[in-house]
Design a binder for this molecule. Structure first.
Ligand code: FES
Length: 75
């Protein structure tokens, strides 16, 4: 336990770098495009592509598994 109030913990945003894969984003983050337009998310946890190969940006579509993407940083 961190001693934080429960409500504060549930508002936390956590980004997890998956080894050779996407960034998993959990929490109440607001996603926007370069123009500042809201990107709708339909799940509490979303996977953002970081390999550049997805057909549905900014979301991961699993292409990283076939395009040889390596994160190269141990994550
Ligand atoms: S990280 Fe999964 S498609 Fe790019």
């Amino acid at each position: 336990m961190t001693g934080e109030p429960r409500a504060a913990r549930t508002e936390e945003v956590v980004v997890t770098a998956c080894p050779d894969g996407p960034l998993l984003v959990r929490g109440p983050v607001r996603l926007v495009d370069l123009a500042g337009r809201e990107i709708e998310r339909h799940r509490a946890t979303v996977a953002l592509c970081r390999c550049g190969g997805t057909a549905i940006p900014p979301w991961c579509d699993g292409t990283h598994k076939v395009n040889g993407y390596r994160s190269g940083d141990g994550s």
